[in-house]
Design a protein around this ligand. Structure first.
Ligand SMILES: [Zn+2]
Length: 325
């Protein structure tokens, strides 16, 4: 169970509209670090009354990052933890997704940048789809991962999303930038969007994928257990409107909105309820979203079907375009 001292926290503000009055935001959820038990703190999600952005307030201060992202954090050991068949399915879905991004890119051999590129999965997929390695760039916060990517000939840069402009401003601008499941983790998503906009060529596109709070599972589990809160690691949560506003702040226009399956949020929501109300062990055994193939299939199919019928899921993909010069 949870151990150690309380985390050092700091106050947050709405990064989308910068509303700061005390009455500007109201509590919508409170919960624990149900996934990793990195502390025993209770965390609060508040909703901005001006622009409906939901954000963690207060949030852990920078010196606590190593604690709230422990060594066993899933994105550090993805392939060790995830069922092999699930990886095959994910590869197939990701390849299709990447083909979808390229449709927004008229350039023949586009210059591509992945913010938070991890071990370079998307770079590899795009190379297989015909892009040349010299046009494939990644920004990644883990130094060891960056070294490995460089050894393989990719253009890998070390830094957090906030460092994008600083690290890459000397490079030729890009035709396509993607930031997938990262914007919700950063300290200032407004600043990140503005710096990414700077790195785009005129008429180039930025693909953002992030949790969506206007969804059935968020509504059902809103007060405490929704997997999308990912306490205390998700700092900003959006919907179509707040993302549109965030893009407009950076001078970007929305050209496409799509809802993708969010199976892990469904499974985590159930996991958190069972963990708190029944048993930690039972929750871990039955509701591990990386191992339970049955639930993964059911919720993936459920969300794909719902998205096809026009409903929104908890995973939104917004494509922004930079205006012509
Ligand atoms: Zn706001």
């Amino acid at each position: 169970m949870s151990e150690g001292q309380a985390l050092k926290m700091e106050p947050a503000e709405c990064a989308v509209c910068r509303a700061t009055a005390v009455s500007a935001a109201v509590e919508v959820a409170r919960g624990l670090d149900f996934e990793y038990d990195t502390s025993a703190d209770t965390f609060f999600m508040v909703e901005c009354q001006t622009c409906r952005t939901i954000y963690l307030n207060p949030r852990p201060s920078a010196e606590e990052l190593a604690r709230i992202y422990p060594q066993n954090y899933y994105s550090y050991n993805y392939s060790n933890r995830v069922n092999a068949l699930a990886i095959k399915v994910k590869d197939f879905l990701d390849k299709n997704k990447s083909k979808g991004w390229l449709k927004f890119c008229p350039a023949a051999n586009p210059r591509f940048l992945d913010i938070g590129c991890g071990n370079g999965r998307n770079l590899e997929i795009l190379e297989k789809l015909g892009l040349s390695r010299q046009n494939l760039y990644g920004l990644e916060i883990n130094a060891e991962t960056v070294e490995k990517l460089r050894d393989r000939g990719f253009n890998a840069f070390l830094g957090a999303a906030e460092d994008a402009a600083l690290q890459l401003e000397k490079e030729e601008p890009f035709d396509l930038i993607v930031i997938l499941q990262v914007l919700e983790h950063v300290k200032d998503p407004d600043l990140v969007m503005k710096s990414l906009a700077q790195l785009l060529k005129p008429q180039a596109v930025l693909v953002v994928e992030t949790p969506n709070v206007n969804s059935l599972d968020c509504t059902l589990f809103k007060k405490r257990y929704w997997g999308g809160y990912h306490f205390p690691r998700h700092w900003y949560l959006f919907n179509k409107e707040s993302l549109t506003r965030l893009g407009a702040n950076a001078g970007l226009q929305v050209i496409s909105v799509k809802y993708l399956p969010a199976q892990t949020f469904w499974i985590y929501s159930l996991h958190h309820i069972v963990k708190e109300k029944i048993s930690d062990k039972l929750a871990g055994a039955l509701f591990d979203p990386f191992r339970n193939l049955f639930l993964l299939s059911v919720f993936t199919a459920f969300d794909i079907l719902r998205a096809k019928l026009g409903f929104s899921t908890s995973n939104i993909q917004v494509v922004f375009q930079k205006p012509p010069k």
